[in-house]
Write a protein that binds this ligand. Structure first.
Ligand SMILES: NC(=O)c1ccc[n+]([C@@H]2O[C@H](COP(=O)([O-])OP(=O)(O)OC[C@H]3O[C@@H](n4cnc5c(N)ncnc54)[C@H](O)[C@@H]3O)[C@@H](O)[C@H]2O)c1
Length: 342
């Protein structure tokens, strides 16, 4: 795959290291161009990662015309995503975009149409789907070992001092971070969310301007629920970045701390006792994935383009996770339950 990278900021190192350090990517992906509004950033990344003959510049269309890529890797800031992804799709390239898929839901819907009209793939980086721990929890839920899933709960508590744009933006937790947890929840649940109540706060002592904490309650089509409790200003006892999860089924409960090994599940041994005894569920073996996190999404994208199959985090799926974010924001602003607009 000949690929052009657009947006050579902080995240580009994660992508370029993933490509360099994953043999299945290294032998298949050739970085033929680098673009950034700041051309020196494009030149720096091309040289730092050894792509000395790559085309560099600040104009995506010009670099595409010269480098003739099959795909564009889009790592620009969310506000520039619609324009950049549309340019790449209209130029006949498949696109792998960083999250979020778009800055607004209408923009995401436009991009969906543009990709469909162009007959090209648009896939989104949701790296948490490509972790062994979440795959194992998904296996436990899908095996039926804890019965039918009736509730899924995620706690995300990290006191994160980023500095920079996050501390100035509105709805910071819901817009910048919750998309990962919401998408992970959709990955785990057999039923899609249809509505949400959300309360957003900026707790006393917050170093963010707006919305550093949120509590959301989603109801799903099958009557099950997903709850999210999150804060970026919860100091003293961080969860993992993947969140801490409780999946409750009709027969038992699975707990996952977000790590590779931190999974347990119990079912009750009697349906009649007041407080029935519990016994552990035999867990599936830990997963070995062909590549994990960012490398996993990039490899899935490359293979989807090679074979024509749908990628795990394709635009048609990802827009449903994005809809959760914007419905939660809408609910937080109006105080009402909001139906998902998808
Ligand atoms: N998946 C994850 O875990 C994860 C983690 C962090 C960031 N991200 C996402 O990655 C994206 C980039 O984040 P970052 O931290 O690298 O930001 P950044 O600000 O460090 O870099 C963004 C770069 O894009 C360039 N740029 C902006 N508009 C452009 C345009 N129109 N054309 C060309 N270049 C343009 C900027 O000059 C900058 O160099 C964001 O969407 C962010 O949400 C994802």
């Amino acid at each position: 795959m000949r690929a052009v990278m657009v947006g050579c900021g902080a995240m580009s190192n994660g992508w370029l290291k993933a490509i360099r350090e994953t043999p299945a990517l290294n032998e298949r992906v050739d970085m033929v161009g680098f673009v950034d509004l700041d051309e020196t950033a494009a030149k720096r990344q091309a040289s730092e990662y050894g792509y000395t003959s790559a085309v560099t510049g600040s104009d995506l269309e010009a670099v595409i015309a010269e480098a003739k890529p099959d795909a564009v890797f889009d790592l620009v800031i969310p506000g520039a995503r619609r324009k950049v992804a549309a340019q790449a799709l209209n130029a006949g390239c498949h696109v792998l975009s960083e999250k979020p898929m778009a800055n607004t839901l209408p923009e995401a819907k436009e991009l969906l149409q543009i990709a469909q009209d162009a007959g090209k793939m648009h896939v989104i980086i949701q790296n948490r789907r490509h972790l062994p721990g979440i795959r194992r929890l998904k296996d436990v839920i899908e095996s039926g070992a804890i019965g039918e899933l009736t509730a899924l709960h995620a706690d995300f508590y990290i006191g994160a001092h980023f500095g920079g744009f996050r501390e100035e933006m509105d709805h910071v937790l819901l817009l910048d971070m919750a998309i990962h947890t919401f998408d992970a929840a959709r990955f785990l649940m057999p039923s899609e969310p249809v509505g949400v109540y959300c309360q957003e706060t900026n707790p006393e002592g917050s170093w963010y301007k707006h919305g550093a904490a949120a509590n959301a309650l989603f109801d799903n089509a099958d009557g099950s629920v997903f709850t999210y409790r999150g804060s970026w200003v919860a100091e003293g006892a961080n969860t993992s970045w993947e969140s801490s999860w409780r999946a409750i089924g009709t027969k038992g409960t699975a707990l996952w701390d977000g790590s590779t090994d931190g999974l347990s599940a119990n079912v009750t041994t009697s349906a009649t006792d007041f407080m029935p005894a519990v016994e552990p569920v035999a867990l599936p073996d830990p997963k070995t994935l062909p590549a994990e996190a960012h490398a996993g999404v990039i490899l899935d994208f490359v293979e989807a383009v090679e074979t024509g199959r749908t990628a795990l985090t394709a635009n048609t799926d990802n827009i449903k996770s994005l809809a959760m974010v914007f419905a939660a924001i809408d609910s937080a602003e109006t105080g009402a339950r909001v139906k998902l607009d998808i």
